[in-house]
Write a protein that binds this ligand. Structure first.
Ligand code: ADP
Length: 722
């Protein structure tokens, strides 16, 4: 089917034609024939790179043409940014796109003037909880990576959000995009959608197993020259020499860094001068955007044309690596499997060094087929590579036959709803009642009956679990019942809109009521004791250090469990360990030191501080009901967590481009306030923070500039007097 034949705005068709998209791919044709442009609900369960985004775009363009609005739901923030950047190109058609990933308790009403809104599923849920007015105007809902319904922590939110959206906008078209999963038909039925199911790919995918000296494909063997003692390095070199790029997946962050370091010297020899010069620049950018030893390792690897990628990297580094790979400057990325989920980074060859993953309960376990398919599916860049190759490395013949059966010849598993746990239900029952989707037992059951969980359970028994959750919420003062009618109390509404687990709220309330002596540590440990916080792992060698800290600071904690209750006590120690990381962060310990002390990545520090900021915000709001003085304390801490700095720096650190380290330098030099800074001598300022930043700061503070630079304050005043 030709793009030109489609019932889309002609400007949109031209945009596609200019991008070289003239003919629809077969699954896209199937979708159009099934009513994509007539507002039909669709589930497309098709492989990576088979053009799911174009399907979504066509549905959105059509909806907007008819005067509607589209919501594009993604699982991760990084994906939201990627899609946002993508859809920005529709600006030339007069289509406005916005991204919404920010604060969980705001309604983001300003977003309403946009045509496309990209949001994570959590943000969408929070917008629904806060009765955001423009939500009712949505006429097309796109759900990216809908197979994540299966994820224990994200899935329940996604399915409840979709059930609510369906209730709110029954007429809206739903277009769901999924990897190929076993039970796509079941998901389609739940979404009342037609199914587009296909294994078609724009580039062929050859799946093979490396054993001995060769990749064993279905019908042939491909021998790989031994240039290095390690097979995976040889596979990378072979790809690069043939002009391709390679994505290597490994199970741990440490292995990824180790492998990139191993490849660097040999891969570096294959670079030409221009490539080397460009990589030098990128390495400089890496150094400018990080503070730790890992930054130096990354910069070193990049100079040699290789990189590593995992959640411990800060977001700037992740972005630099992704872009340099897309631009074919970096030839190999070694990544943890998280990169396979979502990001559009195809490569000619994918090498899976390890198909096992650590499970705390069962040790190293083979990954699911779905995860294997997601990784393998990254092989082959459409229009650029003749075909893609996915290679699993094995050590024995038995392993070879196992991998063949387990992955290459297997179909992906079914996915299962994870909503049926008390943890998931507690939160969603409160939000369903608080945002008016149900107000009695029967209505809650009806609402829950519209979830994917209910669809999957033949003889499902929500009732008992539901009763337990309602009893808990009533006991905590978040729900109240008047005969049949169940309502959220003011507290319940607040907790729902703050987007925290009711159990977190209950712990925070108890803690705030009990405290008498409050320090930063008291409040930090309190938020770390909630189920919403992601705790650091307590290693054996941490035990003594953290235990000593607790012994020396007992008065800082609301309650210290008895060391004889071993499990409870160790849990408490991990809370304290996490709180200590946050304390170092707000006390301006360098990132390098924090990363070293806690054996985490920069990305982890930012991720922890993000969650902590949100929880401290919630704590401050809750404290407003209990103790106004504590509310102020928490609000101050919230800001300090945001910036990772002491209270006295807040005025400075809020200035764009300043940041915690520069703010401290300025403060030490006597610039204690914005007012003082605004009167600074530009040269002196440049001596402290560098000329570019000095200019930016002064310009932000309202100092005028002329074409030669900045005018000093005296002259400015003279000018004003004239
Ligand atoms: P998926 O989301 O299924 O992984 P994408 O939507 O990102 O895949 O598409 C992969 C690439 O294929 C993109 O670069 C996209 O522009 C391109 N593409 C999609 N549809 C077509 C088409 N019909 N013709 C040519 N290129 C296409």
């Amino acid at each position: 089917m030709k793009i030109e034949e489609l019932d889309l705005p002609s400007e949109a068709i031209n945009l596609y034609l200019q991008a070289g998209i003239e003919e629809l791919y077969p699954p896209q044709t199937d979708a159009v024939e099934k009513g994509l442009l007539q507002g039909e609900n669709l589930l497309a369960a098709i492989p990576t790179a088979s053009g799911k985004t174009l399907l979504a775009e066509m549905a959105m363009l059509k909806a907007i043409k008819k005067g509607g609005k589209a919501l594009y739901i993604v699982p991760l923030r990084a994906l939201a940014s990627e899609k946002f950047r993508d859809f920005k190109r529709f600006e030339s058609l007069g289509i406005k796109t916005a991204i919404s990933t920010g604060d969980f308790d705001s309604r983001d009403e300003w977003l309403g003037s946009n045509d496309i809104i990209v949001a994570t599923s959590e943000k969408t849920d929070s917008l629904l909880r806060n009765s955001t007015p423009w939500m009712k105007d949505i006429t097309a809902v796109i759900v990216d990576e809908v197979h994540l319904l299966d994820s224990a922590n994200r899935g329940p939110t996604l399915e409840v959000t979709l059930a609510k959206l369906k209730r709110l906008n029954p007429e809206a078209q739903v277009v769901a995009l999924s990897a190929t999963v076993g039970n796509a038909m079941e998901i389609a039925q739940w979404l009342e959608a037609k199914l587009v199911l296909s294994e078609w790919r724009p580039t062929d995918l050859h799946e093979g197993i490396f054993f001995g000296d060769a990749i064993n494909f279905d019908e042939e063997q491909k021998f790989i020259e031994r240039r290095h003692k390690e097979d995976s390095v040889n596979l990378v070199l072979d790809t690069v020499i043939e002009g391709g790029q390679c994505l290597v997946f490994d199970s741990s962050r440490r292995n990824c860094v180790g492998f990139a370091k191993k490849c660097a010297p040999v891969a570096g020899e294959l670079l030409d001068r221009q490539n080397r010069n460009e990589l030098e620049e990128i390495a400089k950018e890496v150094l400018e955007n990080g503070e730790t030893k890992l930054t130096e390792t990354l910069a070193y690897c990049i100079k040699k044309g290789v990189a590593f990628h995992h959640a411990g990297l800060n977001s700037a580094h992740r972005r630099i690596v992704e872009d340099a790979f897309r631009n074919n400057l970096i030839k190999m990325i070694c990544s943890t499997p998280t990169l396979a989920a979502g990001l559009n980074l195809p490569a000619r060859r994918v090498v899976i060094r390890s198909y096992k993953r650590y499970d705390p309960n069962a040790g190293m376990q083979p990954i699911p087929v779905l995860d294997y398919k997601q990784m393998a599916g990254r092989a082959g860049r459409p229009h650029l590579d003749p075909y893609g190759e996915a290679v699993v490395i094995v050590k024995t013949y038995e392993e070879l036959t196992d991998v063949l059966e387990r992955y290459i010849n297997a179909s992906a598993e079914d996915i299962w709803s994870k909503l049926g746990t008390e943890n998931a239900l507690r939160t969603h029952i409160l939000s369903t009642i608080a945002s008016g989707f149900a107000n009695c037992h029967k209505e809650i059951l009806t609402f829950l009956g519209s979830t994917f969980f209910a669809q999957q359970q033949q003889s499902w028994n929500f009732e008992e679990l539901l009763d337990d959750c309602i009893t808990f919420l009533k006991n905590e003062g978040m729900l109240e019942q008047d005969n049949e009618v169940i309502r959220a109390t003011a507290l319940g509404k607040m907790i729902s809109s703050l987007y925290i687990d009711p159990l977190s709220a209950s712990k925070i309330i108890r803690g705030l009521e009990k405290t008498t002596h409050v320090t930063d540590m008291t409040l930090l440990q309190l938020i770390c004791s909630t189920p919403d916080m992601r705790l650091l792992y307590l290693r054996n060698r941490d035990y003594e250090i953290i235990n000593d800290y607790v012994m020396n600071h007992t008065e800082d904690f609301i309650e210290v469990p008895s060391p004889f209750k071993q499990i409870e006590y160790e849990w408490f120690l991990s809370e304290v360990k996490t709180a200590l990381l946050l304390q170092e962060w707000i006390n301006e310990k360098s990132l390098e030191k924090i990363v070293e002390n806690y054996q985490v990545g920069e990305g982890d520090v930012y991720a922890s501080s993000d969650i902590a900021e949100w929880l401290m915000h919630a704590t401050s709001r809750i404290a407003s009901r209990i103790n106004p003085q504590l509310e102020t304390e928490c609000a101050k801490l919230e800001k300090r967590i945001h910036y990772g700095a002491g209270s006295e720096l807040m005025e400075l650190v809020e200035i764009p481009n300043v940041g915690r380290a520069r703010a401290r330098k300025l403060f030490k030099k006597g610039y204690l306030s914005r007012q003082k800074l605004a009167k600074a001598n530009e040269k002196q300022l440049a001596g402290i923070v560098g000329p570019k930043i000095a200019q930016k700061i002064l310009s932000y503070l309202g100092r005028e500039t002329d074409s030669n630079g900045y005018v000093e304050p005296e002259t400015l005043e003279n000018k004003k007097q004239q």
